[in-house]
Design a protein around this ligand. Structure first.
Ligand code: ARG
Length: 549
């Protein structure tokens, strides 16, 4: 958007030459911007009111009225000039071009179902990918798969003992989950089961073809299910390199640590001691197995070498805060300057209508079930509101899934959420369906009017309070998107979308759009710009924008 503040500052500086202007204050009841002139009185040996009056007479800025009032220099933006600037400045906004951002998100664990606990990382990360891309950055979306650990040995031995080819083919992940649960309960009772699992673990590690082949199948089954969910959420990854990929890259990290004298042995385990307020980082267990943080260190180096990122984000729940603090600290101790570019984008807990989201003992709430149930409810609402709609089931999918995603992205990410499907699906609330519906309403007005291409209009016809409020919200939407990126906070965008809809609906109710003549044309142009902004914003928070609803 037009930088009024700088413009005002510079022209005031010209007129009051040599003086330190200080801050240009924004918006009070009397003006849009203002400069108090009291502080100039001593130097200029003139009364503040006189200084202000003299300056006001000299300052000429296109589209801004300068006036003196009681020692203040007040600046009012002329509305039609503002609308013209907002509408004519449709240049590409790519403030982050040339930057590369790695975003580690969703990062599912093999053989575990895609449960509701993955919702936040998946949608926050997915939305940040779109937001950074929109701003011109190069984005690498990474699904750092949890595909390493002794549990997979357990899974293989469970499959051999109690599993069955046909059942695995038919039931996929459900079968794996059951085997997994059974393995855990039997291993507790019987040391032989645990020992056998360790054997299989070793076989995976040593590359035994049978063990690796079976594990690859488990991985494929897990990913197949996850990818179905990603498709519904409009998400794609650039990399699925998981923890197992980094296992053979850990020794290089250990070497670096050793060279810096950071690697200590404690009870046979390798550790790095950190500052007083943090427990040491465990790199390798005494039995020789590498640990989670070791693989994350290797991954950090790999990403730095391969992508040369400006930022590397980890969208992971706040309960892993210590892990990331330790990870970044170790990199800092290693003297890596880019350690400061690693960011833990954390978030709070989610529950659905008070239900617990336990992942233990197979009692889980699948994300796909939550989405299905939202879609079913959306279908019922749509059937009632618009029974003649074509393509009802596709729209219901967009609205149902959109309601869940938008609901997850509406509050600041740190907040714990208790999710209510009813509330998320309220077409009149601060919801995804409300934004989608407002977008569809705009499109329907436009299609009835046959107005589909942006045109030059008489901007002075969009200066009434209702239209002008909408214009203002559109004018700095791009800066708003940038601030979402700077804060790693998609809710900045989703909140702005709701504001635009509320302002548009006030305009829609106050100003008849189809009123004929030039005013109609100007209002249609505003409607078109709202529709395009909503569609773009919906895309940034992963939602579809159906044309009709
Ligand atoms: N798979 C892990 C989990 O579900 C999250 C991985 C996050 N990413 C990372 N680089 N550590 O808890």
């Amino acid at each position: 958007m037009f930088d009024y503040k700088t413009l005002i500052y510079n022209s005031a500086k010209d007129v009051l030459d040599g003086l330190e202007i200080g801050d240009v204050t924004a918006s009070d009841a009397f003006c849009d911007y203002c400069i108090p002139c009291f502080k100039f009185a001593k130097v200029l040996r003139k009364a503040p009111a006189m200084i202000a009056a003299d300056a006001a007479a000299k300052i000429k800025i296109d589209g801004i009225k300068a006036e003196a009032l009681n020692g203040y220099l007040n600046f009012t933006i002329e509305r039609d000039a503002f609308v013209r600037r907002a509408f004519e400045d449709s240049g590409e906004y790519k403030p982050l071009s040339g930057k590369t951002v790695c975003i580690d998100y969703s990062s599912v664990n093999i053989a575990k179902p895609f449960h509701i606990g993955h919702l936040m990382t998946t949608v926050i990360g997915g939305s940040l990918c779109k937001i950074f891309k929109y701003l011109g950055a190069e984005v690498v979306g990474i699904n750092h798969l949890g595909d390493w650990g002794t549990q997979f040995g357990g899974l293989i031995s469970a499959f051999r003992n109690w599993g069955d080819e046909d059942r695995l083919n038919a039931r996929g992940l459900d079968e794996l989950l059951e085997l997994y649960v059974r393995y855990h309960s039997e291993a507790e009772k019987d040391e032989k089961v645990a020992a056998e699992a360790r054997e299989w673990s070793k076989k995976i590690e040593s590359g035994d073809p049978y063990a690796v082949g079976l594990f690859e199948r488990f991985k494929a089954i897990t990913l197949e299910q996850a990818k179905k969910v990603y498709k519904r959420l409009n998400i794609e990854f650039d990399s699925y390199l998981g923890e197992s990929f980094y296992v053979d890259k850990v020794p290089a990290v250990e070497k670096k640590l050793e060279q810096k004298g950071l690697l200590k042995i404690s009870d046979g385990a390798e550790i790095v001691e950190l500052s007083d307020d943090m427990p040491p980082a465990l790199i390798r267990r005494s039995d020789g197995a590498s640990l989670y943080i070791a693989r994350d260190l290797a991954a950090a180096y790999y990403r730095h070498e391969n992508y040369n990122f400006d930022k590397c984000l980890y969208v992971v729940a706040s309960h892993q805060a210590l892990h990331f603090k330790q990870l970044f600290k170790v990199l800092e101790l290693l003297g890596e300057k880019w350690a400061g570019d690693m960011i833990h984008v954390s978030f709070g807990m989610v529950s659905v209508e008070g239900m617990a989201l336990s992942t233990r003992k197979g009692n889980v709430l699948y994300l796909s079930d939550v989405l299905d149930s939202a879609v079913e409810k959306a279908a019922a609402i749509i059937a009632e509101r618009n029974p003649d709609l074509n393509d009802k089931s596709r729209v219901a999918e967009s609205v149902g899934v959109g309601a869940v995603v938008f609901g997850a992205l509406y509050d600041g990410r740190q907040k714990d959420k208790n999710f209510s499907l009813e509330a998320a699906l309220n077409f009149d609330g601060e919801t995804g369906p409300y934004v989608q519906y407002t977008h569809a309403r705009c499109r329907s007005v436009l299609s009835k009017a046959g107005y589909s291409k942006s045109q030059k209009v008489d901007y002075s016809l969009l200066t009434d309070d209702e239209a002008y409020d909408v214009v203002k919200l559109l004018a700095d939407f791009d800066e708003n998107i940038l601030s979402a990126a700077v804060k790693y906070e998609p809710s900045v965008v989703s909140r702005r979308l709701v504001k635009i809809c509320q302002a548009f609906n006030r305009f829609y109710n106050a100003d008849r759009i189809m009123c004929g003549g030039e005013t109609e044309k100007a209002r249609l142009e505003l409607t078109l710009r709202v529709a395009d902004a909503l569609k773009c914003g919906l895309m940034l928070v992963l939602l579809d924008a159906p044309e009709k609803m």
